[in-house]
Design a protein around this ligand. Structure first.
Ligand code: NOJ
Length: 495
């Protein structure tokens, strides 16, 4: 073949590849849903007896780390507009809606002494409305909004957290468990511990890299197990549901075929999965992770590893407490081994001794951390399958941000969702990964934490300048609706 022919073939291949969607229908029982979280949408921050949580506190009292000092005081006003939200869900045709319960709305002090009746009623109404419309509620118990009085006592750094969370979880199972089958305990351990108690970027803004963040992780794992055991013992036989945990993970692509880079990728994955999922499945942190942090702690003069160990009893308590893996996945990073790691540095992001970056030619989004790398999700899913005995995976979040302009013709979001879904279908089809559902983030534009209302992920636009918080459908909502209706990514599904 001459050079020109090779070139034409290459171009043709590129085009074929770009549009090479997997058009096989998703299985009949595959679930399509969307997600939100309490602080990001509810508003009504101090109405009807709700207590203050750590995001209320941070947004009102500072340090002011949120763009334009914006707050979730009103957000999408879903506390008052939940019926409209459910009508949007119904129109999309989703099988499930993932939302979170605001701990302080149910228990204003954080403790289970006084239950706020209005809070209970709000969630009962929402769940009833969902069920009446044939939509299954998928409930996250903790999506970052810890009651402030518990933070005053140390939050995740206080061992009593396990009791506090257990009591709260039990109350939720009691109140809502007859209508809610599927529960998720914690959303995104890295955001909670590494960013809340490590590098101090998110509420409660505690800076304790390599120490506080690992204590937080240990407490969280045991608190998850507490909720799981309560459910297992007292509710499972009656309510027949499941209790999962949601991990936030990118894919970490080795920079080369060199052993050091491949090991760097594995190390980074172990920092995420070996820290949080391994204990729930196998009863302990992964050995690579333990060795690595112990090595650095020793070099630094610590008497014991900065990663707190689980006792034998705790290991037994943790093992086998995961019914389903929830995966929040948005993007991918390149990784390589650090040649001269800083021996004194401490923290999740440096203890692994891995360089991490995103390639310049990967498509950008409205968030500086989110580049569009659809093949990453397939590689990650395959890695999870191999490492965790094909445990069931529910994609609990995946989505695309733009910069907040009113863009109802959001073709880039459509392209993102389509290409990620295609790779998920490939992972199921060609790699045999046990993915049971997909949950798009998010139903509507909402309070994007430190970015306030400047980054938007919604299928519906929300006008945050209108008192009514008017919702308007974007093009991506119609796209997703069609995917749900046809269960595939093409006008004509493959056989
Ligand atoms: C993860 C979080 O769970 C959610 O709250 C956040 O809005 C999205 N990712 C997008 O950043």
């Amino acid at each position: 073949m001459d050079k020109a022919a090779v070139f034409i073939c290459l171009i043709a291949f590129t085009f074929i590849n770009v549009d090479a969607w997997n058009t096989k229908p998703f299985p009949k029982d595959f679930k399509f849903g969307v997600a939100t979280a309490s602080y990001q949408i509810e508003g009504a921050w101090n109405e009807d007896g709700k207590g203050e949580n750590i995001w209320d506190h941070l947004c009102h009292h500072g340090p002011f780390v949120v763009e334009h000092n914006q707050t979730g005081d009103i957000a999408c006003d879903s506390y008052h507009k939940y019926k409209e939200d459910v009508a949007m869900l119904k129109d999309l045709g989703v099988s499930h809606y993932r939302f979170s319960i605001s701990w302080s709305r149910l228990l204003p002090t954080g403790f289970a002494d006084k239950v706020n009746k209005a809070g209970v009623q709000y969630y009962k109404n929402l769940i009833k409305e969902l069920k009446a419309n044939g939509i299954e509620p998928l409930v996250t118990l903790y999506h970052w909004d810890l009651p402030q009085p518990l933070q005053v006592l140390g939050g995740f750094l206080n061992d009593n957290f396990v009791d506090w969370f257990g009591d709260y979880a039990q109350l939720c199972f009691d109140l809502f468990g007859d209508d809610v089958s599927n529960w998720l305990t914690f959303n995104e351990p890295i955001s909670i511990c590494q960013q809340g108690y490590g590098n101090g970027r998110k509420a409660p803004l505690i800076t304790s890299p390599g120490i506080g963040e690992y204590i937080c992780g240990k407490t969280m794992m045991i608190a998850h197990a507490r909720a799981w055991h309560i459910y297992d013992k007292e509710y499972r036989s009656k309510q027949k549901g499941s209790v999962g945990f949601v991990v936030d993970s990118s894919w970490y692509e080795p920079n080369s075929n060199k052993t050091a880079d491949i090991e760097a990728s594995e190390m980074k994955l172990q920092f995420v999965w070996g820290m949080y999922i391994n204990p729930l499945i196998n009863g302990d942190h992964s050995s690579i992770l333990k060795k690595q942090i112990a090595k650095r702690s020793k070099q630094q003069g610590f008497k014991r590893s900065r990663l707190p160990e689980f006792t034998k009893e705790e290991q037994k308590y943790l093992k086998g407490t995961l019914d389903i893996i929830g995966l929040n996945h948005y993007s991918t990073s390149m990784v390589s081994a650090q040649k001269n790691p800083d021996p004194d540095a401490m923290g999740f992001y440096v203890d692994c001794e891995v360089n991490e970056w995103q390639a310049d030619d990967w498509e950008k989004s409205g968030s500086d951390w989110l580049r569009v790398v659809p093949w990453g999700i397939r590689k990650l899913l395959k890695w999870i399958k191999v490492n965790f005995n094909n445990t069931k995976i529910l994609i609990t979040e995946n989505g695309y941000s733009d910069n907040g302009e009113k863009d109802l013709k959001d073709d880039r979001r459509i392209h993102y969702v389509k290409s990620y879904l295609s790779n998920i279908r490939d992972a199921m089809d060609k790699d045999g990964v046990n993915v049971v559902g997909y949950t798009l983030w998010s139903l509507m534009d909402n309070f994007e934490w430190n970015r306030g209302y400047t980054e938007k992920f919604g299928l519906y636009h929300v006008d945050f300048n209108s008192r009514n918080r008017t919702r308007t459908k974007k093009k991506s909502a119609d796209f997703y609706k069609k995917v749900i209706a046809t269960r595939c990514l093409a006008d004509k599904c493959a056989a």
